[in-house]
Design a protein around this ligand. Structure first.
Ligand code: RP5
Length: 166
């Protein structure tokens, strides 16, 4: 079965990365999520990535904070797309993780998202956009989602205009 493999560096990352999970669930996209760290459990990370790829993982989402090497370490193991999500927290509140995740050497890409919640949500969207290249039903759902987002902007505007006119 094809699925999205999410790896988070610590249990503490789940509070943010549950946003990614929620989006995938909303769109009925199969996923699995494990905790594994580039630093604390490098062997487990490598073993999981190889096994997950063998079982049908189409791409990896990797979330880590601080000296965030998880996404880069995963990209060293697989040629599947790797999406990195820098976690906020720590002294530099995610800027450290952003730079660690995004500054990959040439030929070893990590598609890096924004820090924190927006990045977690967008990691699910980018993952689905990749899957939708060969999944027409999912591509249709993504188009409908865009239409709804656009309608919501108009509805929000009408609401604010009404409040201002009172
Ligand atoms: C990173 O260090 C993790 O991804 C997490 O964002 C950060 C802090 O981890 P904990 O000390 O909360 O486990 O490796």
């Amino acid at each position: 079965m094809e699925f999205v493999a999410i790896v988070i560096g610590s249990k503490s990352d789940y509070a943010v990365m549950k946003e990614c999970v929620s989006v995938l669930e909303k769109f009925d996209v199969p996923y699995e999520i494990i905790i594994s760290s580039a630093h604390r459990s490098p062997e487990r990370t490598k073993k999981y990535v190889l096994e997950a790829e063998h079982r049908g993982a189409q791409l990896f989402v990797a979330a880590a904070g601080m000296a965030a090497h998880l996404a880069g370490a995963i990209s060293a193991i697989t040629t599947k797309p790797v999406i990195g999500v820098p976690m906020n927290g720590g002294v530099l509140d995610g800027l450290d993780a952003l730079l660690s995740t995004v500054q990959m050497p040439s030929g070893m890409p990590v598609g890096t998202m924004a820090i924190g919640k927006s990045g977690a949500i967008n990691s699910a969207y980018i993952a689905m956009q990749i899957l939708a290249l060969k999944d027409k039903e999912l591509a249709e759902k993504l188009k409908e989602d865009r239409i709804m987002k656009s309608k919501n902007v108009e509805l929000d505007s009408i609401e604010i205009e009404k409040i201002l006119l009172q």
